[in-house]
Design a protein around this ligand. Structure first.
Ligand code: MG
Length: 252
């Protein structure tokens, strides 16, 4: 069942989203060759907790996720576990997924950052993945259907020959990190649940340079591309309202 949010609840979700955005601002400053994903996790933990929030991902799931952020480098798609020996190198990309819970409500977003100078084909992938989010977001209006979002994302990604990950999807969000409805990054326009005011969605294209196929690594969290080529991720949490959409997790 979809849990629609009141305007009061959406206000709380905006507060949680501001903390996630603050983490991205700090990430952009910190990310450079030589820093570890563990260092990035420490920075994020400090910012989230200093604001009185709880990192949504810490201890989430089975086995319990051991960090505050997911940090997924190059061919790692999502759910990378921050590690002291995962040192970022010139030319890498790192996808950072951040969740914060404040006043009982979550915000969830992701960015893919460039480390130093990155090859043109990988830069284009990162840029297009963000564009995919915006293509989907444009369709997230009352009266449309979830499939309109999904289809717009898929079409844009595949027009560049990229692989659209099927195994992981966007989602509703609120008092739980993952609520109904699922928002796949592939699908048919005009299909699926009708979009209505009060829905809060986390839309998150995960787009691969090569094959859409993914594998899970032995740590039982990290998802990687099957062909070892790069993957990018971009996500925001936003609310559908009578007065238009409100994106809660944007850096201002
Ligand atoms: Mg998410």
């Amino acid at each position: 069942m979809v849990r629609l949010k009141s305007s009061k609840q959406i206000e709380k979700m905006k507060d949680a989203g501001k903390i996630v955005a603050a983490v991205f601002v700090a990430m952009r400053e910190a990310i450079r060759p030589g820093i570890s994903t563990w260092d990035l996790d420490q920075i994020a933990y400090r910012i989230i907790t200093e604001h009185g929030a709880v990192p949504s991902f810490l201890n989430y799931g089975t086995p319990p996720f051991p960090a505050s952020i997911c940090a997924s480098v190059n061919d790692h798609v999502v759910h990378g576990i921050p590690k002291k020996d995962a040192i970022l190198n010139e030319g890498d990309i790192v996808s950072v997924d951040v969740g914060a819970k404040l006043q009982g409500f979550h915000a969830d977003a992701a960015r893919t950052f460039l480390v130093g100078e990155v090859s043109e084909d990988v830069k284009a992938l990162v840029r297009t993945t963000e564009e995919c989010f915006w293509k989907g977001f444009e369709k997230a209006v009352p009266g449309n259907r979830i499939g309109d979002i999904s289809s717009a994302i898929q079409k844009h990604a595949e027009s560049f020959g990229y692989g659209v990950v099927r195994e992981l999807v966007g989602h509703g969000i609120g008092e739980d990190l993952h609520e109904e409805p699922d928002v796949p990054n592939y699908g048919s326009a005009g299909r699926g649940m009708r979009i209505q005011p009060g829905m809060v969605l986390a839309v998150e294209p995960m787009i691969n340079l090569g094959t859409a196929s993914v594998v899970m690594l032995q740590d039982r969290w990290t998802i990687a591309t099957a062909d070892g080529r790069c993957s990018a991720h971009y996500e925001n949490t936003f609310a559908i309202t009578e007065d238009g959409p409100i994106i809660t997790t944007l850096e201002s």
